[in-house]
Ligand binder design. Structure first.
Ligand code: IMP
Length: 426
């Protein structure tokens, strides 16, 4: 039995979808435990691209059980559209289980997400405007609506009328449209009917799978630096995407987690606002952005690009328990004369390898780099570590030295077969 957490170790968009799909070949269960449709995983299967937002990546394999766990916030309307999109493209046989404790995203969450961002003006977070933050805020405020109540019309009406007592006041104050129970229920009861067959106690299901000795893959969304607790607050998402949050968000005991695989681009990217110490711009950033197709899956925004930041990566290792790395988009660095890698920051004249907690410090740090010779060879067909050019191997060794994490997988292209496996994870 293996319980493997696949976690983004940077600011999201590291290529978790591809690795989950790859490792999914050996998994019995694939679980999404946090976030919602703010995530966007692109998976290429036999040259065909699929974009997933809230549905786990094991959905393409009819043998895999796919779980949307209690820590998620699920937009019923969008989720059904996503599912219908898959069904229309021939994905008709699948196993899907949705937690009765997951929270649901309703229209007012999306309205409020947009309104908060507008009010923040220059200080906006750059959210995906999918209502994620307001939905999690309602969960914490104890006025959220959970899947188990959503699929029971009477409970849905009761919970919604209580929530709207507060939400309508907030909407009114912000000059936004207010909602009636009937208006929402008349539309959403149809979604509830369709979702109901998938709803169950997923924690119970996971315990049964663990007892059976199944291979379970937790598919992270976003990345460690977007963690509500450990990320670059307030420029973060509203949940915790790190390995440590998995037991809580899925209802399993921490002792069952066997490994945490950090997914890490061979450079860094970030979407939305917030500090990004190793950010680069100009021609070099454009080269990497175009070659790596660095545009948001969900919002299509161009991603900000930077050199690999091993101070941040080492911090992610520490707070998340990452013990393996999967190095992604390595082929993208091909053709660069030099590759830089950040090993420390300079802050107020002092060299530090600690990741600062305040925005003020994060905006002031100056990254310190090792400059390494690049490689010109096309590595997209490499299938073993030995086939890589010496300079590429040296870059990988440097990452291992600076982060104290073993590189166990290397991705040299979008397809499943363009994956170099250095260690067995399942
Ligand atoms: P929210 O999750 O929509 O509230 O957005 C908060 C921040 O997290 C924004 O900077 C988003 O761009 C970022 N974010 C949320 N989900 C993802 C993701 O899947 N990949 C990368 N960034 C994300």
């Amino acid at each position: 039995m293996s319980v493997l957490v696949v976690e983004g170790s940077q600011w999201g968009d590291e290529g978790k979808g591809k690795i989950t799909d790859y490792l999914g070949q050996y998994a019995n269960v694939v679980v999404r435990s946090q976030g919602g449709n703010n995530a966007g995983h692109t998976i290429t299967i036999n040259g065909e691209k699929f974009a997933l937002r809230s549905i786990p990546s094991g959905i393409f394999n009819p043998k895999i059980k796919n779980v949307m766990a209690n820590g998620m916030v699920i937009d019923p309307k969008q989720m059904l559209e996503e599912l219908d999109g898959l069904i229309n493209r021939g994905i008709k046989e699948f196993k899907l289980f949705i937690s009765n404790r997951a929270h649901i995203v309703l229209p007012y969450h999306k309205d409020l997400d947009g309104a908060y961002e507008d009010l923040k003006g220059n200080l906006k977070i750059g959210t995906t405007k999918r209502g994620i933050g307001p939905c999690y805020a309602d969960k914490i405020n104890r006025i959220g609506i959970r899947m188990g109540d959503f699929i029971n019309e009477e409970s849905f009406k009761k919970n919604l009328s209580e929530a709207l007592l507060i939400k309508n006041k907030e909407l009114e104050m912000l000059g936004l449209k207010q909602y009636s129970v009937d208006e929402i229920v008349s539309e959403y009861k149809e979604y509830a009917k369709r979702i109901k067959p998938y709803v169950c106690d997923t924690a119970e299901l996971l315990e049964m799978e663990i007892e059976k000795g199944s291979n379970i893959l937790f598919e992270g969304a976003q990345g460690a630096m977007l963690c509500i607790d450990h990320g670059t607050y307030p420029y973060v998402t509203s949940s915790s995407p790190i390995g440590a949050s998995v037991p809580l968000n899925a209802g399993i005991a921490p002792k069952y987690i066997t490994d945490v695989l950090g997914i890490c681009k061979s450079y860094d990217t970030r979407v939305g606002e917030g500090p990004f110490p190793t950010e680069i711009d100009g021609k070099l950033a454009n080269y990497i952005r175009e070659k790596g197709h660095e545009y948001g899956t969900v919002t299509k925004r161009p991603r900000r690009v930077g050199w690999l930041d091993c101070v941040a990566l080492n911090y992610a290792r520490r707070v998340s328990g990452i013990n393996h790395l999967s190095l992604m988009l390595f082929d993208v660095l091909g053709g660069l004369k030099e590759i830089k890698i950040c090993y420390a920051y300079e802050l107020d004249g002092k060299v530090t390898t600690s990741f600062p907690s305040t925005l003020d410090e994060l905006y002031r740090v100056k990254p310190l780099y090792y400059t390494m010779p690049g490689f010109d060879e096309d590595i997209s067909n490499a299938t073993t570590f030995d086939e890589l050019p010496e300079n590429a191997k040296n870059y990988i060794r440097k990452i291992e030295e600076l982060t104290k994490i073993k590189v166990s997988m290397i991705s040299v292209g979008p397809d499943r077969c363009q994956t170099i496996m250095l260690e067995k994870l399942f």
